[in-house]
Design a protein around this ligand. Sequence first.
Ligand code: AMP
Ligand code: GLY
Length: 424
Amino acid sequence: MKVLLIGSGGREHALAWKLAQSELVTELVCAPGNVGIAEVADIVPVAADDIIGLLALVQRDNYDFVVVGPEQPLALGLVDALQELGIKVFGPTEAAAQLESSKAFTKELCRRYNIPTAAYSVFTDLKEAKAYLKTMTPPYVLKADGLAAGKGVVLPETLKEAEKELEEFFSGKFGDASTKVVIEEFMEGQEASFFAISDGKTAIPLIAAQDHKRAYDGDKGPNTGGMGAYSPAPIFDQKAMEIVMDKIITPTVYGMAKDGHPFVGVLFAGLMMTKDGPKLIEYNARFGDPECQVLMRRLQSDLMEIFIAAEGKKLNKLKAPAWFDEPTVNVVLAANGYPGAYKKGSVIKGIDEANEMDGVVVFHAGTKLDDKGAICAAGGRVLNITAQASSLEKAVSKAYKAIDESIVWPEGFCRRDIAHLALK
Ligand code: AMP
Ligand code: GLY
């Protein structure tokens, strides 16, 4: 099969790395890709949110199957447009992708299908939102309804700060994404990311991972796209998976189909493991980044086979995916300053040396070649150092050994405590 993968992050490098190992994939192309992806696929310079450009590309070059990595093209209706052209694609339609693109949509689905989540209310009026705030206790949880690149959730500690945030939301802090605001109950617990694949009728479980959203050690500093991940997550055992499949994933798949927008793609459930059991924080309609990188390293089965079964609505006939038991970690290297302002163009050395280390695979995110052909930084999150070993301790120390002894990039930083919750 001639396959087109859309995206350019660490998630897409991991997907490309895994797809390239599939016997079902005879030709792999990625738009727009990055330096690492170019080692396992051909890359074409069409941006992931350039829907018209992508449609032109797909028609011109006759792809058999398209895999969509990031959320923007999903929310922009790329899957719908490809389906209209009769092209097979793995990913949800625009209506189904509302599970990620509208928090109010997901909360409403949870209410109607009895899916455990935080109590909430939705507001389009500042005065009413402020009045509701007064009935809540801190910390307050305020969420912009729409996509805000992971920055649309704030957890103010005081009523005054919360009121100020609300004012900013309604005066267009996130444009249209924050004209509707969800206010919800604060949930206590550890977080986990759980992934399942749905074909619109059935869902099969993948595995869980834990992300590190804050920029600095000790879960301090601003929220980021994710600074590292590991799997398995000890907090998410077999029992937890059964509960989540039964009470969260299955009712979601059922509800989405019943409501007329069956979900085909990756259901990424952000979960709070509360004392009353797992509750849904939010859904994403695609793999997580940096979680996907550890998932792909642990996946033993053929990824393309899973995508084909999901697209063809035959997941019920698919053998359960097999996984490597070895704990796997991913440490993200980001440009100094991320998630705030950062410089591009600094040269990175030692990636090949890191890749030669036992159990280590480096996935690129924001990388480019400069005029002299050297690998340089071209984004906020730049590299993912993944390591696999017989124990999580060993995997973590391998990843940091690769960073400290092989990678040379003074303009970058990483968290030094990835997996601290599991190692404690
Ligand atoms: P989200 O973008 O919805 O995943 O929210 C971003 C982060 O905010 C989550 O990863 C949690 O750490 C936190 N968060 C969101 N909703 C809640 C909640 N109801 N209670 C506690 N923490 C939350
Ligand atoms: N790691 C969180 C996300 O991909 O949204």
